[in-house]
Every structure is written in C-alpha cells, then in structure tokens.
Design a protein around this ligand. Structure first.
Ligand code: TEU
Ligand code: CA
Length: 556
C-alpha cells in the first residue's frame, strides 16, 4: 500500500469559535489557537483541521461563507491566519482548512449579484427556478427544515438552498463558477496550507431537471436521491483534482453523507484521482430511527463492528477512511457510545483505543482528549445551533411537547459538541474572560485540561500514548485488519498485521464484566501488553474484561 503522511497522521479538529478566546469578546479566535499550539504539540497530533474561518455572517457558524479570500471578523485577520500557519508549521504540524463549496452565504458578492437580475452574469452561479402554480419548483426539503427553495421577490423566482435560507446552493453545472472555485483553492494551497476537508461535497451535482420526489417511503429528506452522489459529482471532483489538488502534497478529506462502502470507494479509490479520504456517516446513523437524527434508538455492537469491517474490506488497498465518533455536528462520543457517568474515563479511553488502532486516520475532536461530555441546558434559550432551533420551533408549532423535544436536543443537538473547550476550573472554564457566545458545560470544574495534565492516568495521557504507539507500529497504519469474535455482542477484538509486526486489540464495549476467550485462530508464541486502561490481570488466552476495558498487545 502506498505510504502517505496523511495515512500516518493523527488529526485534531478545532472548532475555532469554541476553542480559545484571546481577547475577551466571548468568541474563540485565531490568536487563541496560536496560544494553544504547544498544548497540541504536547498531545502529539500531526495536523489540525480548522472548521471554517472565512468571512461569514455566521448563520451557520462559518458554513455560510461571504468571502473565501478573507477571515471572519470575530476570528481575526489574514495576518493572524498567516501567523497561525507559520507557527503550526514551525512545530511540525500541518494545517487543513474546511472547504465549503456546495453553497455560499447569501451575503457573498456572487449571490448579491445573482439575485439582482435575471440577466446578471452571476445569475447562473446559483440555482434559480420559476415557481410551479404559485408554489416551490419542487418538493425538496431543506436539511435544516422547511422547503429547500426560497422565493426572491426582486426577480420573482426561487433559489435552491439544501441547508439554511442564508446558504444558497452553487450551480456546479456552470464552468465559470467551477473555474473560480479552483482558482480560490489554488490560492489557499499556494499560501502553504496542507489540505482541505470538503464540506458536504457529494451534494454538489443535482440531477438535471430537479424533479419532484414521489418519495414513496416517506423519507425525511425528499429530493435527496436527486442530489446525493449526483450524476456529475465524480467528474467535478476529478476536475478539481486535476486543476488543483494534484499539484501539491496535500491531504483531502470529503465529508460524504449517505454512502455505503461501494459508493464511498468511488470518491477515494487512489486510481480515480479524486479525494484521499472519506468521512462517512454509517456509524452516525446507527442509533437513529425513522425520525432521523432526533429519533434516538438503541444500537448493537455487532452492527457497529459490521459497519467498520465492511468499510475496511470495501476500501482495502484502494482508499482510506477518517476515523471519528464525534465532531462539531455530533454528540460527544463518550456520552453516545460510551458512558459519561461512572465509567467516563475508562470508556473514553476504550473508544479512543478503537479509533487509534483501526485502519484509517484518527480525527480527534477538541475536548475528546479530556473526555468532554454532552451538555443538557434546561432552556432552549441557551442553544445556538440553527439546526436545533429550526427543528425545535417547527415541532413546537406542530404541537409537540417541549419537554420531550428538549430530551431529544440533550441527546442530539450539535451544540453538545460546541460548548467551549474546558481549559481549567476558573470562570467559564478558562475559555474566555468575557461572556461566552454559548454557555460552558457545568462539569468543567472536574473535566478540564489543567486537571488532565496533572493526572498521569488522565484521558489526555492515554491519547498521547495511543499517538506514540501509532508512530512505533507501522501495523497500526498499514497492517491488515482481522476481526475476531465477529458475532460477539460485547467484545470488539481484532488483530493488525504488517509483516512481522502483529498487534491484538481487545475492547469490552459495555459496563458489564465479560469473559474473553481467544480462539486458536490467532497464532502466536509470546505476547506483550503495550497499552491498557486498567492494570491488567489474567492471561491473554482466557480472561475477564472489566467495564469498558481496552487492551493492546503485541504478538510474537
Ligand atoms: O454538514 C453536512 C451534513 O451532512 C449535515 O447536514 C449533517 O448531517 C448535520 O449537521 C447533522 O446534524 C456540513 C457541516 O459539517 C455542518 O456543520 C454544516 O452545517 C453543513 O455542512 C452545511 O454547510
Ligand atoms: Ca475573541
């Protein structure tokens, strides 16, 4: 398999708004990130992915870009950005930016031009249609609620927005638009950034004619079959690769919802020259019922394992996955897949063991490395996320019980991940000296970086060890995966093998003790424990695993 720096790397995701505020206005910023680079260096990560920092009116916290060539006022200046890039590089860390090109802000100059007249040279940069019998052009629904179309009085037509009203979709059919995007990408790459995470990138090609969706299954997002993995998406990505990515030694990772390994492979198959790595959503969908993300249902470990193994087998020697169990759009992993009560520390370490010893590139979301948890604000007033607020308002209007809605929000709101990073036990968790744009999680007095750095058994130091382990064992990056005990509902176990480097990973996924018996399939003469989240008792062949116990062995 081709060796690449981005396969060997561990990426740390920063949500700048919530990371560190350097000037007391309550909003995290670029200078705040610069001040914390040594902390990231201490953790040992190789690359940083920044959520969008471009100029934006912040309808969706930067995912509504109004100028791709400038920095968001609250985050600082381009000079701050250049300094951040330089300081990251000086410490041997790469910097990856978000690339949001399915849509822009409605305040982007292209859109302002586009909506001004049907004859504007920018009209065709976006997707405009006439209404049908006084209604929207079709029945597509926005991912953030309501119809995917907004009527614009000036020209008497509707524009398409798959996300918020303030996020009009770009028209990728237009070669001039595509050229401008590639130019912009090259501009950033020439500056020296090390790659992109491409936002919602498999939504950019819409089926011609934008047909109505009969939606016989009553899916939550009618229309999605006409824009997810649309007809020209691979042409566009290959073109983007040719025009921009191929000229640099960078990493590109696509955020690609709604794909199985068969379809996902097409984006990252090395021979196809599109993207390097895929962020798929299959694990994120595992505990969602028919009501979508707000509908919390139980999940089974066998399904979880199947998803991971199928992706491994589906991409084997061909493509690469991003490994994550949370990010800025998802609940905290320890609250969702682990245990954020009594076994918070053990389960945080166990889940991390999986993410750092499976095949793929681990992405750590800020705060994960200290075991940060979901938050449960009592009042909807304390929530900030547009998706959460839209959903809540829509449901309240529909007569739903606000208390039940709040329960779903506690489990699923994107704000679970967006409360400020917990640096210490001082006011506002040390995130800001002002009033934070969103409240801190009240558990910051216990869970914070300062405490973690003082405690040799902390989640933080366990992450550090996992990252070091990756550097020592090429099998973790390049080795084959062999699942053992595939049908076990409690234990996740597998080996990783590259030539004579062979590791065995054993994870108890739940809070009951469980017996682990190693079958004779796994052959070895001797073994050595490399890492564990408890003092290890018992021998490897037959042993009792404690709640959320994780062990990594080297086999000889
Ligand atoms: O998310 C795209 C995406 O698929 C989301 O709809 C995701 O399913 C949702 O956030 C789950 O609640 C990306 C960004 O990661 C997200 O933060 C943006 O809001 C969105 O694109 C629009 O740019
Ligand atoms: Ca600030």
């Amino acid at each position: 398999m081709n060796r690449k720096w981005w396969k060997e790397a561990v990426v740390y995701q920063i949500y700048p708004r919530s990371f560190y505020d350097s000037n007391g206005d309550g909003i995290g910023d670029l200078r705040g990130i610069i001040q914390k680079l040594d902390y990231l260096k201490e953790l040992g990560v190789d690359a940083i992915w920044l959520n969008p920092v471009y100029k934006s009116p912040n309808a969706d916290n930067g995912y509504d870009v109004s100028d791709y060539y400038d920095i968001m006022d609250e985050f600082g200046t381009m000079a701050d950005f250049d300094e951040l890039l330089q300081e990251a590089h000086r410490r041997g860390m790469k910097l990856i930016m978000d690339l949001v090109v399915n849509h822009t802000s409605d305040e982007h100059k292209w859109f302002i031009e586009s909506r001004s007249s049907k004859h504007s040279p920018y009209r065709d940069y976006y997707i405009w249609r006439e209404g049908q019998n006084g209604r929207e052009p079709n029945n597509w629904v926005s991912i953030f609620g309501g119809p995917a179309w907004e009527y614009d009085e000036r020209t008497g037509e509707y524009y398409l927005h798959l996300f918020a009203v303030k996020q009009p979709d770009l028209n990728w059919e237009n070669p001039r638009l595509r050229k401008e995007i590639y130019e912009m990408i090259n501009w950033w790459l020439k500056k020296g950034i090390d790659g992109f995470r491409l936002d919602a990138i498999n939504l950019i090609s819409k089926v011609e004619g934008l047909p109505d969706d009969p939606n016989p299954q009553g899916e939550r997002f009618p229309g999605s079959r006409f824009y997810l993995n649309g007809p020209k998406v691979h042409d566009y990505l290959h073109e983007m690769y040719r025009e921009a990515f191929s000229k640099y030694d960078i990493m590109t990772v696509g955020e690609i919802p709604g794909v199985t390994p068969e379809i996902g492979r097409l984006y990252v198959d090395e021979d196809r020259e599109e993207l390097n790595m895929i962020i798929h959503f299959e694990l994120m969908d595992l505990d969602c019922g028919s009501g979508g993300k707000w509908d919390v249902v139980p999940w089974k470990l066998t399904d979880f394992k199947k998803i991971m193994y199928n992706w491994y087998k589906g991409l084997k020697y061909k493509g690469w996955v991003a490994l994550y169990l949370n990010n800025h759009d998802q609940p905290r992993m320890v609250s969702r897949f682990g245990n954020d009560g009594r076994y918070r520390v053990q389960s945080a370490k166990m889940l991390a063991t999986l993410l750092h010893t499976w095949q793929g590139t681990p992405f750590i979301y800020q705060g994960e490395e200290i075991g940060m948890t979901n938050v449960a604000f009592d009042s909807i007033e304390d929530y900030r996320d547009i998706e959460t607020l839209n959903w809540y308002n829509e449901k309240v209007k529909g007569g739903y019980d606000p208390e039940r809605l709040m329960k779903a929000i506690h489990a699923r709101s994107r704000d679970n991940a967006r409360t400020p990073m917990q640096w210490n036990s001082g006011p506002n968790a040390g995130f800001t000296t002002g009033i934070p744009w969103i409240k801190v999680n009240p558990n910051y007095r216990e869970i914070n970086v300062e405490n973690a750095l003082k405690d040799p058994d902390s989640v933080f130091y366990y992450y550090k060890k996992l990252i070091e382990l990756r550097k020592k064992h090429p099998a973790i990056v390049y080795g084959d995966v062999n699942m053992i005990l595939e049908d076990d509902e409690n234990i996740f176990a597998y080996t990783r093998t590259l030539d004579d480097d062979k590791l065995l990973v054993v994870l108890n996924f739940f809070e009951n003790e469980v017996e682990f018996v190693l079958s004779d399939e796994v052959e070895f003469r001797d073994y050595k424990l490399l890492l564990s989240n408890y003092p290890v008792e018992g021998d490897l062949k037959r042993t009792i695993l404690k709640p959320y116990e994780a062990r990594v062995y080297k086999l000889f």
